[in-house]
Design a protein around this ligand. Structure first.
Ligand code: NAP
Length: 248
């Protein structure tokens, strides 16, 4: 039996990078896949097709995680389409990196609204069905810089630190309903998000990593698979760092 047989998972921001890798990994482990993205581009549609080829049922929903009403509607639609939501992966996130001295209010607001409020919006939307089912696993994509901070990323680090506090609170609040909530803190992962960094910054990050390489989206998807599956049935309120030992 595959690790996620019979489970329905909702993954936000799944057109590329970690979201895409997680959708494919979960599909290959037998999950029904509901994926969202802010734009319905060719990449997003391709992820659907790839999941379908793995023999699973897939639906895609165009939705902005920063929009509260939109998020509630997506969760309702997923319940209608699949009958349940067993796993939520709050993956969608953005960066607007700059020094605090020149950071605009808009750069602060955009990052907090998508990265942190987005996690609230979708979690708020799935807890009712999860409470009814008396089961659920919520996985929030934080970051190592939510633990350590990082110059030039005060908005992003604040959003990712907020996710950790939120995760631990949800774990405490909903544990009695058999709903688990954990965070993953990826380090330097090779995706489009990090591709835009300057080469010297990329080298600096890689040099700091004991395993001497950037992570792959699959490295993160493997941790998400563990947290989504019953292999982690007694794990809640934790932050798993997937960072090649960077924060050790
Ligand atoms: P990515 O390659 O930039 O992909 C982000 C995805 O989120 C894209 O599919 C994007 O859609 C979607 N998205 C953006 N804004 C959205 C919104 N408002 N509503 C719905 N979807 C939205 O990012 P990634 O590197 O895979 O990162 C995934 C998560 O891991 C993020 O939360 C990120 O902060 C976190 N993380 C990444 C790293 C890393 O090194 N890469 C490290 C630590 C944490 P479009 O393509 O249409 O814009």
């Amino acid at each position: 039996m595959a690790l996620l047989d019979g489970k329905t998972v909702l993954i936000t921001g799944a057109s590329r990078g970690i979201g895409r890798a997680t959708a494919l990994k979960f599909a290959s482990e037998g999950a029904n896949i509901a994926i969202t993205n802010i734009t319905e581009d060719a990449e997003f549609c391709a992820v659907c097709d790839e999941c379908e080829k793995l023999g699973t049922t897939v639906r895609r929903y165009v939705s902005n995680v920063a929009d509260y009403d939109d998020s509630q509607k997506v969760a309702e639609k997923v319940c209608e389409d699949f009958g349940s939501i067993d796993v939520l992966v709050n993956n969608a996130g953005i960066t607007r990196d700059t020094l605090l001295m020149i950071m605009t209010e808009e750069q602060w607001d955009q990052v907090l609204e998508i990265n942190l409020k987005g996690v609230f919006n979708l979690t708020r939307a799935v807890i009712k069905p999860m409470m009814k089912q008396r089961r659920g696993s919520i996985i929030n994509m934080s970051s190592v810089v939510g633990i350590s901070g990082n110059a030039g990323q005060s908005n992003y680090s604040a959003s990712k630190a907020g996710i950790i506090g939120f995760t631990k609170s949800v774990a405490r609040e909903l544990g009695s309903r058999n709903i688990r909530c954990n965070a993953i803190a990826p380090g330097f992962i090779l995706t489009e998000m990090t591709d835009k960094l300057k080469d010297e910054v990329k080298k600096e990050w890689t040099d700091k990593i004991p395993l001497k390489r950037g992570g792959t989206p699959d490295d993160v998807a493997n941790a998400a698979l563990f947290l989504a599956s019953d292999m982690s049935a007694y794990i809640s309120g934790q932050v798993i760092q997937v960072c090649g030992g960077m924060l050790t």
